[in-house]
Design a protein around this ligand. Structure first.
Ligand SMILES: [Zn+2]
Ligand SMILES: [Zn+2]
Length: 269
């Protein structure tokens, strides 16, 4: 069984005020900001830079009961834990930007930690664990694969054996890649992306967004946010990956300018 935490709701008084703090001050990225007319709400998700993990759903309080929870969802305990690969850098940056630290930096057995308060009162740990950081770029080693876009602005490291990729011939994949698109599905916990702020996302269907380098346009990611994996373009890997194409999919939409000549399975959809 494989599960992961997808989103955590944070009750806020106002979407734009909250975006101004989490994106403007803390440097989170704005993952999504879309209006949902059926609920007359905005769906606003922010996430720490470089994190493939859960994001924060900024949920605007819409009644008096919800308003009482703003800034106090954990009854005064530390509510959220922000892990970093460089505590000193972030502590300095946040202090310069006026973030209020309510407990000064302290070296504990498990790492370096301080507590800050967001403008509404929620307490956050800023934490750099001792001896390695889960979400930092994993050190290269056996089973580590690296890749990048054409210009090198976006790089990624994968620490998992890759499942055999599919070649997708659907019209969207053809258009985004100029041919068919070959990608492999990597668990989100096994990929670290450097230069995530250089990725531009295009929502190609209700459940899928596609990630491209904003500078060179390379197609890199096929991302269904509800899943615990992300598709990564095979062609973006730096070196041989030890995996081979397994099948062709959506061949009903294949361009007729070339013929499939291998004997791999073909699926019409
Ligand atoms: Zn690029
Ligand atoms: Zn496709």
């Amino acid at each position: 069984m494989k599960q992961s935490l997808a989103l955590v709701s944070l009750v806020v008084p106002d979407y734009d005020e909250a975006i101004a703090f989490y994106v403007g001050v803390l440097g989170f990225r704005l993952v999504e900001d879309t209006y949902r007319p059926e609920q007359d709400k905005r769906w606003v998700v922010v996430a720490p830079p470089g994190s493939p993990g859960p994001g924060l759903l900024l949920a605007r309080a819409t009644n008096a009961e919800q308003a009482t929870r703003i800034g106090n969802q954990a009854g005064g305990r530390v509510f959220l834990f922000l892990q970093t690969d460089d505590f000193d850098r972030d502590f300095r940056r946040y202090t310069e930007r006026g973030v209020e630290f309510v407990r000064p930096p302290k070296q504990e057995d498990y790492g370096k930690v301080a507590v800050f308060r967001d403008p509404w009162g929620n307490l956050w740990d800023l934490l750099q664990p001792s001896g390695g950081v889960a979400h930092a770029t994993p050190a290269p080693g056996p089973g580590t694969l690296t890749g990048a876009c054409l210009c090198g602005r976006v790089r990624f490291t994968v620490t998992a054996a890759l499942p055999g990729p599919d070649a997708c011939h659907c019209v969207q994949c053809r258009r985004q890649s100029g041919h068919y698109f070959v990608s492999t599905n990597v668990p989100r916990s096994a990929i670290a992306i450097d230069g995530l702020d250089g990725v531009t996302w295009f929502q190609s269907s209700a459940k899928v967004r596609r990630g491209f380098c904003a500078t060179c346009g390379s197609a890199l990611f096929w991302d269904p946010p509800a899943k615990d994996w992300i598709g990564v373009a095979m062609g973006a890997f730096d070196a041989p990956t030890g995996t081979r194409l397994e099948m062709h999919i959506h061949v009903a939409e294949k361009g007729d300018y070339y013929e499939i000549t291998d004997d791999l399975p073909q699926h019409p959809h």
